[in-house]
Structure formats: structure tokens, C-alpha cells
Design a protein around this ligand. Sequence first.
Ligand code: ADP
Ligand code: MG
Length: 214
Amino acid sequence: MSFSDFGLDKRLMSTIEHLGFNEPTDIQQQAIPVAMTGQDLIASSKTGSGKTLAFILPALQRLMKNRALSKRDPRVVILTPTRELAKQVFTQLRLFTAGTQFKAVLILGGENFNDQVKTLEKDPHFLVATPGRLADHLSKGHFYLNGLELLILDEADRMLDLGFSKELKLINKAADHRKRQTLMFSATLDHGQINDFALELLTKPKRIAIGAAH
Ligand code: ADP
Ligand code: MG
């Protein structure tokens, strides 16, 4: 299988070529077509297997093809458990948004709060964030999620381990389930809380588990 089989926008294909990626990894082969149908997805595969592109590509494809629900609200929110992971996802995302009209911003705990308020006022299309700080801005009305089209939970198992379930539920509630798609990625689906959590946040999700023992 090759990246050209997904039917991705040529701007995305050209960045993939620049990066020198010849073929999609297993998780990308399975997750990208499902995510592109608009279905919810819960997917697991080991660290280093290419999960980031498995959600970045369908997210950008969706934005490039569909009209925005709202001019002001973010269209895609990507949550990760740590600052470091958020920065890594942001770096990969920026490779694909460069040269497009899509704006992506990084909202991390421990950084200047008021600077982030100003950044949010510029109505970015993508927020890449750690849950605590994002929930804080949301509850203070610094942005809204009425126009959210895609909620992505990266390393959901670690977010639960770090005690972010309250923040994730708050963010979930602020964005209409009927309008948005939710993609949940995890290193494992065996985690005790993951399935309960998926039941609450996802709608009839497709499950993909790469390299699982069962
Ligand atoms: P994970 O989130 O599953 O831990 P990442 O998305 O961080 O994995 O990807 C791990 C590394 O593999 C990154 O350096 C990324 O650029 C690279 N990578 C991703 N997809 C491909 C691909 N299809 N071909 C080659 N390298 C890839
Ligand atoms: Mg990852």
C-alpha cells in the first residue's frame, strides 16, 4: 500500500514526499481510511509506530475538503499528556500546515497565560494542548468549542494515568458529539479505564489494535 491510495490532498502528498516517507506504517494503513470516513476510532499500536501522522493526515484532509462550522472556533483539538509530546505533535503538524491557510497553535501548562489568551483570540484552526491548561482557558471562556469538528486524544492511556480525566470530560462536554468526530490513540487498549472512557467520549467507534496479543 502507498500513501497515494488514501486520496489525500496534493499539498499533503507533497509534504509526505519531502519527508521521504515511502509507505504508510501498519497503524497509518488501518487508521487513516477509517478516520477519513468520519467515524470515531479507538486505536492502539506501540510507541514509534507512526500514530501522529495517522491522525494529522485525516484531520488536515477534513479541513481542506469541508467548510468550517464556525469562523471563530477551533476546528481540531489535539490533546496529549505532556508538554514534550505536545511539542512533538505540533512540530509534525506544522510541517503539514506550512504553506496552507491553516493556523495551528500550541497551548501548554507552565507557559505565560495571558500570551495564550491573545493567541486564542486569533482564532486558530488547530489547538495542540495539554489538557489542564486547555480546560482552564475553556472554563474561563477564552475560546469555545461549538465549531469543533475533530477531537483527538493522543496517548489517552497516559492522560488517564496522569489524572486528566476530569479535564478531558470538561472538554468533551463543551463540544457537540453530534457534530464532531473523535479519534482516540493509545499505546494499549488493555488499560483499565480506557474502555469506560471511550464509551463516554466516542460514538460507535471502530477499534483497531496493531500487534495486540488477542
Ligand atoms: P508514535 O506516536 O506511534 O509513537 P510517531 O508518530 O511519533 O510514533 O512516529 C515515530 C517516527 O516515525 C517519527 O520520527 C515519524 O516521523 C516517523 N514516521 C511516521 N510515519 C512514517 C512513515 N510512514 N515512514 C517512515 N517514517 C515514519
Ligand atoms: Mg505518539
